[in-house]
Design a protein. Structure first.
Length: 152
């Protein structure tokens, strides 16, 4: 009888540990946090929420003269130009090494201007590959973007 109780207790403990590890990997791991931040930025495009988009970009972002301030201006112009914006992401691959991460994702941006719909980035048959380099600062923030040019 005592052996049966030990086996049941051991199994319950193993299940609890497994659930705890899976919760950490799914919800609290760096990959999960990065994925959530990128998804939040994509949703912010739908809501035209510049603050949420800029929140994922590092304050000291400077890539070939493109700064966070210039990204802010480009977003303002982008949102003024298009009536509707939809962002679709797919095939996201995140690699993390200590406080640095690389996130490659395929992106499609569908826009509407004066009732006409078109693609601002990628297409349904050919999503556009974008690479984000992130660094863990206060939270995971983008320090470089490869694959997208804002004209700066």
């Amino acid at each position: 009888m005592r052996t049966k109780q030990l086996i049941i207790s051991g199994c319950c403990l193993a299940v609890a540990v497994f659930v705890g590890v899976m919760t950490y990997v799914t919800w609290f791991s760096p990959r999960a946090r990065i994925k959530a931040a990128v998804e939040k930025a994509a949703q912010a495009f739908l809501a035209r929420d510049k603050a949420a988009i800029l929140g994922i970009i590092s304050d000291d972002y400077d890539q070939d003269g493109l700064t966070k301030g210039k990204i802010d201006l480009a977003l303002t112009q982008f949102f003024m130009e298009f009536e509707r914006i939809k962002v679709v992401t797919d095939d996201q691959v995140i690699s993390v090494e200590k406080s640095m991460a690389i996130d490659t994702v395929k992106v499609i941006v569908v826009v509407t201007r004066r009732g006409e719909q078109g693609f601002a980035l990628g297409s349904f048959g050919n999503p556009y590959p974008v690479t984000l380099k992130l660094k863990r600062q206060k939270w995971w923030q983008v320090t470089a973007i490869e694959g997208v040019s804002l004209g700066y």
